[in-house]
Design a protein around this ligand. Structure first.
Ligand SMILES: *[C@@H]1O[C@H](CO)[C@@H](O)[C@H](O)[C@H]1NC(C)=O
Length: 425
């Protein structure tokens, strides 16, 4: 009745999927085939809800750093309205508490199971922001509109559950690419999230076989790789490391299948490594160098490593170059406020130098420093995962939370151990 067109080669099921609902192929499907088309009128967001006029009129008071408040107010309203046009859709989620994002674990459990992964810190930030947004923006607004919301029903707890729902199930339309705008200094505000019925039934893997396309009238799920009869249809939620999957969606890809897994090395560990080893660097201005690097890298306090090498290669290259400068070089660097324009092929060269193939060829002092930084980072995790991972019977006995946490930790440590091997001098 909402105009969704579903290919008869696919069906939604809870059996034979990796988790909960998923989509399966009834027949072989070829690349390029459209699996379903959703008209834009069937999407649920602040522009299609019953209360869209109010949200539009008041949009200035609903601004927040997340940009999610209008959608969350929409969901608070539609989820509890008996008249909701979206009732059949929303009734698929009978209990949002089943969403098992780490933000619903106890703090003690998060800190114990996920220490070192970056998730506890990310969740603490989320919870602070959610609470602030609810108290400062949402509560005053719903109190002003008692005909639509009730603070006794639309509580912070429910709001938090809906945040997890939006994290796990919403979609964001990509921004139009501006080709001729080469040096985009200002970051554009991303499109607000929206709920896309049917598309959100699909599970994610990094090596996906379907992809959502946005057109002016509709959204289409298109097959991007042949799918055989009986196989699950997988969308991609983006290139996601296991820590991001667990943080945002509450699941992980089993080790070692996530080709987009990553591990972070905090910049502070790179600086700490300077103290703990003989790296052959020039010590006198280390503090000043570290401060300057902090400014250059702004809030990006980590270096990210993927399975094929460093993903923040330019930052890492800058850091190593600055740290290893002689006094004269550093003075000149400061006077010039940076270095001369780089060659055109510089980016590609740096990317290669910090890939798994390039790392063993770096100069010895850089390798020593990276090796030590990886070693220091590994110390922030709990021990014993490698042994546990090899013990199939023990892994089978773990709870879902324990297993997900193990997948995240083990994947990250694996990347860090590999980095240590590649940088052994
Ligand atoms: C992410 O995974 C996809 C699919 O396996 C792969 O093509 C891509 O290169 C990966 N990206 C990174 C940064 O590892």
């Amino acid at each position: 009745t909402v105009g969704l067109v579903l290919s008869d080669k696919v069906y939604v099921s809870r059996d034979g999927t990796v988790a909960e609902y998923g989509m399966l192929a009834k027949e072989d499907i070829e690349e390029g085939e459209v699996l379903f088309t959703i008209p834009r009128s069937a999407l649920l967001h602040q522009g299609t809800t019953q209360i869209s006029a109010l949200l539009e009129r008041e949009k200035r008071t609903l601004q927040s750093s997340s940009g999610w408040v209008p959608l969350l107010l929409t969901l608070l309203y539609e989820y509890t309205s008996t008249q909701s046009h979206w009732k059949p859709y929303l009734s698929l989620w009978t209990d949002f508490r089943k969403l098992d994002h780490p933000m619903f674990w106890s703090k003690e459990e998060r800190d114990r199971l996920l220490r070192g992964t970056g998730i506890p810190e990310a969740v603490d930030r989320d919870l602070t922001n959610i609470q602030r947004e609810y108290t400062d923006v949402v509560l005053p607004f719903i109190t002003k509109h008692p005909d639509l919301w009730n603070p006794q029903v639309h509580t912070l707890e429910r709001y938090t559950q809906l945040v997890a729902f939006v994290m796990a199930y919403s979609f964001q339309e990509p921004l139009e690419e501006d080709d001729d705008d080469e040096d985009e200094e200002e970051e554009e505000t991303p499109n607000p999230p929206m709920m896309v019925p049917m598309a959100d039934m699909l599970n994610h893997i990094s090596n996906h076989n379907a992809n959502l396309e946005f057109t002016p009238d509709s959204l289409k799920m298109v097959c991007v790789r042949p799918i055989h009869k009986g196989e699950e249809v997988f969308n991609t939620y983006g290139q996601m490391a296991n820590w991001q999957l667990l943080h945002m969606y509450g699941f992980t890809e089993p080790y070692p299948s996530n080709s987009n897994d990553t591990a972070d090395i905090p910049a502070s560990n790179l600086y700490k490594a300077l103290q703990s080893v003989e790296c052959g660097f020039h010590w006198p201005q280390v503090e000043e160098k570290v401060e300057m690097l902090g400014q250059i890298m702004q809030d990006k306090g980590v270096f990210v490593f993927g399975k094929q090498g460093c993903l923040t290669d330019t930052d890492l290259h800058t850091a190593l170059k600055v740290l290893s400068m002689s006094q004269d070089e550093f003075s000149e660097f400061k006077e010039n406020e940076g270095w001369e324009e780089e060659e055109d092929d510089e980016d590609a060269r740096i990317c290669q130098a910090f890939s798994n193939e390039g790392l063993p060829e770096l100069k010895a002092p850089w390798k020593r420093l990276l090796h030590e930084a990886a070693r220091l980072t590994l110390r922030s995790y709990t021990d014993g995962d490698r042994r546990l991972m090899e013990d199939g019977a023990a892994v089978a006995k773990l709870s879902t939370r324990q297993r997900n946490a193990l997948q995240v930790r083990h994947g990250q440590k694996d990347i860090l151990y590999r980095l240590m091997e590649l940088t052994t001098v």
